[in-house]
Every structure is written in structure tokens, then in C-alpha cells.
Design a binder for this molecule. Structure first.
Ligand code: ACM
Ligand code: ZN
Length: 601
């Protein structure tokens, strides 16, 4: 008997148990669906229990205006009997916990400040995709809180600069899925992006490059000068914008490696003296900061002093990754430092460097986080580790009772391919389809259960080598970031990729209306046999209200495709395998790339 490879299967049972309207991402802890619906209309009033909640009411009104051309009045009250959406500040409710109750008379959200914000996001997700006279919200009771306190996304704006309005749009999308950390990778060999008043050349020189090798395709060099930086006032604005949306911005100043942009501006902090130029191609650079020069440490401290004024985050990222030791081995100052400090080798010099920067941060009341290379040569006390070379470093750090963020490249690098490379925009490599991200479990079996509490959460990373535009950034981030959000927020017990796919299909339809350039996920296939032994192939559209066009003869589905409307009855007798080419068209008219599904062998 022939078996089809089933990529994913939408569980019909699940759809019945879990009514269509409850398409929340991430999945709340408990949802009880109740009788009746709440009709939201022009007469609905927003009640806030406290004047400090005006911003929340404002967020709700902004969304209603943009999506449904609707504006509601807001009053400070808790007295309304019907036709109200009420936000009740309850300071006894911890952190990000919230309750949301919808009945035919009212919508009531309770929580602390952060919880109320998340209750609001849940409410927004419950709203229908279509504009209508009446917005109907199904009766339900939700009790919800996150699994992890750290739910992050990293933007590498060092390699490609994204404008403040683009960063804010990304923050809005993160917040909608209850992500709460933006790790802002602000400095790279290829660009320094933060204004530092004491060192103006960092941005005058370090923020610009003449062109980029391999920005879009393997062998291309574009002669488009690239650059940009955030002024301190723009940074303050973005940090406060994020904070209003319960997102902490963790800045990263990568050191001692990935610093060619610094050395181009201030070659005196290198081992060789230069000259250098801001990097124009990708790869690990041998030129790093000189760890034997006291002036380097003064420079770093001065930069950090300005940084700390801009970022209230307790945690500060100091990079620490990919710092080759070639220059240090040949540098008299570095060798002298090794002797003076009684260090064994250059790895211990790296550890000395990292510990010294960490101690400086600690003296200012902050904590250091770094990539897992900061463990080499000895981990600084109190340092947090971001595990990226798989989970190995993270597991070791956790077992040493250090807090860890899991961002293993094989599951959390959202710059990796999400489909077959030949069907996708040119990229850095890797293979990270949506299902693989979704099925990642941050609490590895290899971690002693008693130490699992040291894993504080997860993070999806967007490295920008081949992400040169904001629309491509959205393409790479979505919908995989929704899977990261669900890992970070929801318990693992209910994990079910088919159910997740069904839920996000509705949300993607809404994101499409908002103009978000997400990658249209692959069509899932389920196979059924009829009484005559024919295969009945069900194709499941990954975006609600979208359509699938397919061919079975190798022709281009965009030109020759048949609209899928009912299961395909296939007699495979004499066939080796079946090649189905398809495109997906969303309701808004966006069309996926042509994709091949090989069924059978
Ligand atoms: C990294 O990917 N170099 C942290
Ligand atoms: Zn040196």
C-alpha cells in the first residue's frame, strides 16, 4: 500500500472542539467558551478603572479606527452595566497575568499594567478579519499568563539599517503576539548605529559603507552606499514606544569582535593600528579590539555610560561572539596583559575582557548578557548567557546556575531558509521551516529538572546579511516569530502544529489586511482513501479565505492552475510519485511563490 508523506495535518476534530472564532496566538493558558456574543458597535463605551489606563484605551481606539473605522468614548468608571469594555487595574495580579471575560453585556479585562496590555492584545485578536456593521465577540472566559518571562526577538540593524518607523512597526507586531524583549544588535563590522556624543566618528565614519558584497545574491556587489544611525533622541523615543507596549529593549554593543566599524573610526583601539574600513562583505573578521590596551577599556566605559542613559534595561548585551585570537597572539600589548594578569592564553584574555566589562556594568547596577562564547576561559559571575551555537553552551551555563536565553541557531535563527532554497528569496542558508521552529522545546531533557528554572526564555534572531529591506525582514520573521511567541508564552502540553497552523491561518489573513509581508506558509496535505482504494487528497489553505491553484502536469500554476475546491481523487496505479505544483492566493490578492509538493515515494 502506498503511503503519502504528510507534511502536516489540520485536525478537524480540533476545529470542532475549538470554535473557529478562538484563533489566538499564542494560545492562552485556559479558554472556556461560553454562550452568547458581545456586539461591539458605535455605542460601546470603554471604561477604565484608573486614569493611568488612558493609553490602553487609546491603543484599543487606534486599532478600531484603523481596522473598522470605529471610535469609542472612554470614561473613568467601573459602573456601566452593559455595552462596555472595561479595563480593571488589579495590582494584586502578578506581572503579565490577565483575565478576560466576555458575555453579552460586557468585556472585562483584569490585570496589572502588563497583564491589561496583554488582555487587550487577546481582545484585538478575537476581532473578526472583516469590517462589518457589528463586531461580534464570542462569549468566553480566559485566564492567562506566560510560561517564560523572556520572550524575545533580535534585530541586527548593524548589517542593514532600518528606519525608526520600521523598528516601531516591528515592535507593534511583536507586542501583538506578547513578545516582551527586543534585542537590538546595534553595532557590527558593517555598521555602527548608535550616536555616541563623546565619539562622533563612530557614526560619521562607522555608520557608512560604500557598497555591499553579496547582499542579494551570492556573487553580486551592489554599489549602493549603505548606512544610517539612530540619534540619541530617536533611541529614547523607540525605547519609550516599546515600553508602552511592555517591551524592554536590550541594546547590544558587540565586542571585542565584530568591531571593524569602531576600528575604522578609531584605529587606536586595534592591535595593529590599521587602517581599516567599514566591512563591505560578510564573514568573521580577524581585526578585533585590542584587549591589552587600557585605552580600549576607557573607550568602552565611556560608550556604556552614554548607552546606560538611553536604555533602562537591567540587562545589557555585550556580544562576545566570534572574536578570533590571531591579532592578540601577535600583539605586544595583549601579550603583556596576559603576563601581567597571570592568564593562561588568549581565551583567558577574552574572559578577562568580558569579566571586566561585566564588572563595570555591575558597578552601574546592570547585568551583562553575552553570546555563549563568553563562557570560554571562564564565565563571569552573574553573567547571563545567550545560547546560539546550538543548546550546548546554554545547558552548561544552566547547570552552573547561570540564567540562559535559548536562541540555538538550528531552531531560532529566523534568517535561515524556511522553504526549499530554490523556491525562496536568496538567503544565508540553513533549513528552518515553521514546523521546526514551532516544535522547539527550550527546556531540554539534558537539563537537570532542578536547574530548568535558569532558562528564562527564548529568542528568535534576525541576522540581516541577506535581509536588505524591511519587507524582506517581515517575510523572514513572519509567521515564524508567531511560533517563537507561542513557545515563549504557552505551555508545552497542548502543543500541536496542526492546531497552530489552523489558528495562524486566521491571523495571517488579518496581517495581510494590515499589509504585513509574511511568508505564506506551505499547503498541508491530508490523505484519505475512498472505498475503491483511490486516494483523496485534502489540501489545506494556510491563509484563511485564501485559495489554492494547482497543476499536476508540471505546468506553471499561475498560468494554468486549477482552483482547488474539493479533495483530489487520485489513482496512483502505475505512477511513481505525484508532483503537485501550487500557488496560494490570499483574499487580499497576494500570491505565494510556486511550490512543489512531491507525494508518494
Ligand atoms: C552569532 O550568530 N554570531 C551570535
Ligand atoms: Zn592587542
Amino acid at each position: 500500500m502506498r503511503k503519502f508523506v504528510v507534511t502536516a495535518c489540520i485536525s478537524l476534530l480540533m476545529t470542532q472542539l475549538f470554535p473557529q472564532q478562538v484563533n489566538l496566538v499564542p494560545m492562552p493558558e485556559t479558554v472556556v467558551v461560553e454562550e452568547g456574543v458581545f456586539g461591539l458597535n458605535r455605542k460601546t463605551a470603554i471604561e477604565i478603572s484608573d486614569k493611568s489606563l488612558e493609553a490602553l484605551a487609546g491603543f484599543l481606539n487606534d486599532y478600531l479606527r484603523e481596522q473598522y473605522d470605529l471610535q469609542l468614548t472612554t470614561k473613568v468608571s467601573t459602573k456601566g452595566k452593559s455595552g462596555i469594555i472595561r479595563f480593571m487595574l488589579d495590582k494584586r495580579m502578578e506581572g503579565e497575568t490577565y483575565h478576560l471575560d466576555i458575555d453579552p453585556h460586557s468585556v472585562i479585562i483584569k490585570g496589572g499594567k502588563a497583564g491589561l496590555f496583554y488582555g487587550l492584545q487577546t481582545l484585538l485578536q478575537l476581532m473578526p478579519a472583516e469590517r462589518g456593521e457589528k463586531l461580534l465577540l464570542p462569549g468566553m472566559s480566559i485566564v492567562d499568563k506566560p510560561r517564560f518571562g523572556y520572550r524575545g526577538a533580535m534585530l541586527d540593524v548593524g548589517r542593514y539599517f532600518f528606519r525608526p518607523d520600521e523598528v516601531k512597526r516591528f515592535i507593534d507586531l511583536m507586542a501583538h503576539y506578547k513578545l516582551n524583549i527586543l534585542h537590538w544588535h546595534l553595532t557590527e563590522d558593517a555598521g555602527w548605529r548608535i550616536e555616541i556624543k563623546k565619539y562622533p566618528l563612530l557614526t560619521e565614519i562607522g555608520a557608512w559603507r560604500r557598497g555591499t558584497q553579496s547582499s542579494r545574491a551570492e556573487d553580486a556587489f551592489d554599489r549602493l552606499p549603505h548606512g544610517g544611525f539612530y540619534t540619541q533622541s530617536q533611541i529614547r523615543d523607540i525605547v519609550s514606544y516599546a515600553m508602552q507596549r511592555n517591551i524592554t529593549v536590550i541594546p547590544e554593543i558587540d565586542m571585542p569582535g565584530h568591531t571593524l566599524s569602531v576600528l575604522a573610526a578609531y584605529p587606536e583601539y586595534s592591535c595593529t593600528g590599521g587602517p581599516f574600513k567599514v566591512l563591505e562583505q560578510w564573514g568573521i573578521q580577524k581585526d578585533v579590539m585590542c584587549a591589552g590596551n587600557e585605552q580600549t577599556y576607557h573607550f568602552i566605559e565611556n560608550v556604556l555610560d552614554e548607552l546606560l542613559e538611553l536604555f533602562p534595561s537591567e540587562i545589557i548585551h555585550i556580544g562576545g561572539d566570534e572574536a578570533p585570537k590571531d591579532r592578540w597572539k601577535a600583539c605586544s600589548k595583549c601579550q603583556e596583559k596576559i603576563r601581567q594578569e597571570g592568564l593562561k592564553d588568549e581565551h583567558e584574555l577574552q574572559s578577562y575582557f568580558v569579566k571586566r566589562v561585566g564588572a563595570y556594568l555591575q558597578s552601574k547596577g546592570r547585568r551583562m548578557i553575552g553570546w555563549d562564547e563568553i563562557m570560554e576561559g571562564g564565565l563571569a559571575e552573574n553573567a547571563m548567557v545567550m545560547s546560539w551555537r546550538g543548546e550546548k553552551g546554554g545547558i552548561e551555563a544552566v547547570n552552573m546556575h547561570h540564567q540562559v536565553v535559548m536562541a540555538p541557531n538550528n531552531f531560532m535563527y529566523l534568517d535561515y531558509y524556511q522553504g526549499k532554497p530554490e523556491e525562496e528569496p536568496f538567503n544565508i542558508g540553513g533549513n528552518l521551516p515553521l514546523a521546526k521552529v514551532y516544535n522547539y522545546e527550550p527546556l531540554s531533557e539534558k537539563i537537570d529538572p532542578a536547574n530548568r528554572k535558569y532558562v528564562v526564555g527564548v529568542q528568535g534572531n534576525l541576522w540581516m546579511e541577506f535581509i536588505h529591506s524591511y519587507s524582506k525582514l517581515e517575510y523572514m520573521a513572519f509567521p515564524r516569530l508567531l511560533a517563537v511567541a507561542e513557545i515563549g508564552w504557552s505551555g508545552k502540553e497542548k502543543k500541536d502544529f496542526a492546531d497552530f497552523s489552523a489558528r495562524i491561518s486566521h491571523d495571517l489573513n488579518k496581517l495581510d489586511r494590515r499589509g504585513v509581508n509574511f511568508r505564506i506558509p506551505d499547503v498541508a496535505v491530508t490523505d484519505e482513501k475512498d472505498e475503491h482504494g483511490n486516494h483523496l487528497l485534502h489540501l489545506h489553505c494556510p491563509v484563511a479565505d485564501g485559495s489554492i491553484y494547482y497543476t499536476l502536469d508540471g505546468k506553471d500554476p499561475l498560468q494554468y492552475g486549477t482552483l482547488y475546491s474539493s479533495p483530489l481523487k487520485i489513482n496512483l496505479a502505475g505512477m511513481d510519485s505525484l508532483k503537485l505544483l501550487y500557488i496560494v492566493r490570499t483574499k487580499q490578492g497576494r500570491v505565494s511563490g510556486t511550490r512543489l509538493l512531491s507525494l508518494g515515494k
